[in-house]
Design a binder for this molecule. Structure first.
Ligand code: NAP
Length: 494
């Protein structure tokens, strides 16, 4: 059984004790007291911490060379470690590299009090998996628990670390093997699944990259994990992690949503990682929506029509691609009571989002026109549909007719994207309703222009939420907790 440890990194001993008690109350099995963070590291402080929380604590004095907050002179370090092994701490962490000369003596001292010694080693840059395995063997040979932490070089290496942890030779041993970066989170979410001794989790600010929050770690404890995530490059701008994490918490599911910021070469390995990683599916974003559509075993109707996938569901190795952007767009229209049958819609943009919008609008019976900065791209988009769709030259927009629905499917107005309006302000005033697919910021320059002209409008947040809700349902088979998802999205978007 993997024990969930909340890492405590306070600088004052009284705060460390208070936070440790709070973490244990919140469901942590253990706390890791990071003594290297403490300013007042005196014998009486250590005795007090040992008496108050020691039986459920790991005492760690991480040295600076192993990622700690500070270094002590060798003699001071040794006298503190000797004291720790004579106090009532459940575990004491010793470093393979820093403490080599004293580990044996300290281990014997600890054994007399039934205390467990963790011998750890931290790599600060990626190394070969065989080097990590050697370091783990060395740590295991020196204490009760061996611990190795390292950043994974890429997705394949993170998978290899999971394989190493599953290795039969490790199954009867007490070990921790973890990746200290976003892709290395795989080793953390599968900690229980591969039989690791401890899940180090964040209580407040993470002390290492990729650490799960205590709440998530406690939700996963003693349960089979469901691994989901977002595949793309880049993905840092996405609020999908916050939306799905809130949904899993609200539904109390042992699920996690990981960032898979991977190279195209790694897609194949990801699609075959169902069993190894307990992967049940993932969302897909730029630039892989079309590529993944060509790689999955089956496509749903919308994904087939658009040859683009934003959600993959994996069932016993079978991969099915869905396009929940279309559902999101449809539901966003419905949520505002917009019936588009027989109405005139003008779509600005000719990328994936524009194609999804045109697809839905045509199916709902709208008359659709498309305009785009690069006219040839708009021409190719309309050729993909059997129904007639007109292309409007961007220069002709000022003379263009009134339209019932104006849709922005470009990144113009997006936070960090191109400034300004996707169409002239006069065209905004001629629309009866504006739908900006951009969701960050929630009020875009286009929506502000619409407001000035007295034209009602909505942002892309509704579409984003509905596509996320459908992905959630496809993966879990249960109704999405929409309110929790919406609150998380609004909080993340500020
Ligand atoms: P995409 O495939 O890269 O297409 C981008 C489109 O925007 C292209 O037509 C491009 O024109 C045009 N464009 C880019 N920069 C422009 C500029 N400075 N001025 C005028 N046109 C410009 O992207 P996508 O996947 O379709 O996404 C488009 C936007 O939709 C995203 O930025 C996102 O905000 C939004 N979106 C929202 C949701 C949601 O759930 N709410 C879902 C998907 C997308 P060219 O052909 O000339 O390059």
């Amino acid at each position: 059984m993997t024990k969930v440890a909340a890492v405590i990194t306070e600088v004052k001993a009284s705060d460390a004790e208070r936070r440790a008690r709070a973490a244990l109350k919140m469901g942590a099995d253990l706390v890791e007291l990071r003594l290297d963070y403490l300013r007042d590291l005196t014998p009486s402080v250590l005795r007090h911490l040992a008496a108050s929380t020691g039986s459920r604590a790991i005492a760690t004095l991480r040295s600076a060379s192993q990622g700690g907050a500070r270094s002590l002179p060798a003699q001071d370090r040794l006298s503190i470690l000797s004291m720790l092994t004579r106090l009532n701490f459940h575990y004491v962490d010793l470093e393979m590299e820093t403490d080599t000369a004293h580990i044996e003596t300290l281990w014997h001292e600890a054994a007399r009090r039934h205390q467990d010694i963790i011998v750890s080693h931290h790599f600060d840059t990626p190394v070969e998996v065989s080097d990590a395995a050697d370091a783990l063997e060395a740590c295991l040979g020196m204490g009760d628990v061996g611990k190795v932490a390292l950043p994974a070089a890429n997705f394949e290496q993170a998978c290899d670390l999971v394989e190493l942890a599953r290795n039969r030779r490790l199954q009867s041993r007490r070990f921790v093997l973890l990746g200290t970066d976003p892709i290395g989170m795989l080793t953390r979410v599968l900690a229980e699944d591969v039989g690791q001794e401890i899940q180090y989790s964040a209580f407040g600010q993470p002390s290492a990259p990729g650490q799960l929050g205590l709440e998530t770690a406690a939700r996963l404890a003693r349960r089979t994990p469901v691994v989901l995530g977002l595949v793309g490059q880049p993905i840092g701008h996405s609020v999908s992690p916050q939306i799905h994490e809130a949904a899993f918490a609200a539904a109390n599911l042992p699920a996690v949503y990981l960032p898979f910021e991977i190279q195209q070469e790694s897609l194949e390995a990801l699609l075959h990682a169902h069993d190894r990683l307990r992967l049940r599916g993932f969302n897909v974003t730029i630039p892989y929506k079309e590529t993944v559509a060509e790689m999955v075993d089956e496509l749903d109707g919308d994904a087939e029509a658009l040859r683009a996938v934003n959600t993959v569901v994996m069932t016993e190795g079978w991969t099915k691609g869905h396009n929940t952007d279309t559902y999101g767009f449809r539901m966003a229209l419905r949520s505002k009571g917009l019936r588009v049958g027989g109405k005139d819609a003008l779509v600005v943009g000719a990328g994936g989002a524009a194609k999804a919008a045109v697809h839905v609008l045509l199916r709902e019976g709208a008359r659709v026109r498309v305009t785009n900065r690069t006219a040839s791209r708009a021409e190719s988009l309309v050729e993909a549909f059997d129904e007639p769709v007109d292309v409007v030259d961007a220069e002709d927009l000022p003379q263009d007719d009134v339209c019932d629905l104006l849709i922005n499917a470009t990144p113009v107005g997006m936070k960090g994207g191109p400034d300004g309006l996707p169409v002239p302000e006069a065209s905004v005033a001629k629309a009866k309703f504006v739908f900006d697919l951009v969701y960050n910021p929630p009020e875009t320059p286009l929506l502000r222009a619409a407001k000035r002209a007295g034209v009602p409008g909505i942002s892309g947040i509704e579409m984003l939420l509905h596509q996320a809700a459908q992905s959630f349902e496809l993966w879990t088979g249960i109704g999405p907790p929409f309110g929790a998802m919406e609150a998380a999205a609004r909080e993340a978007l500020g």
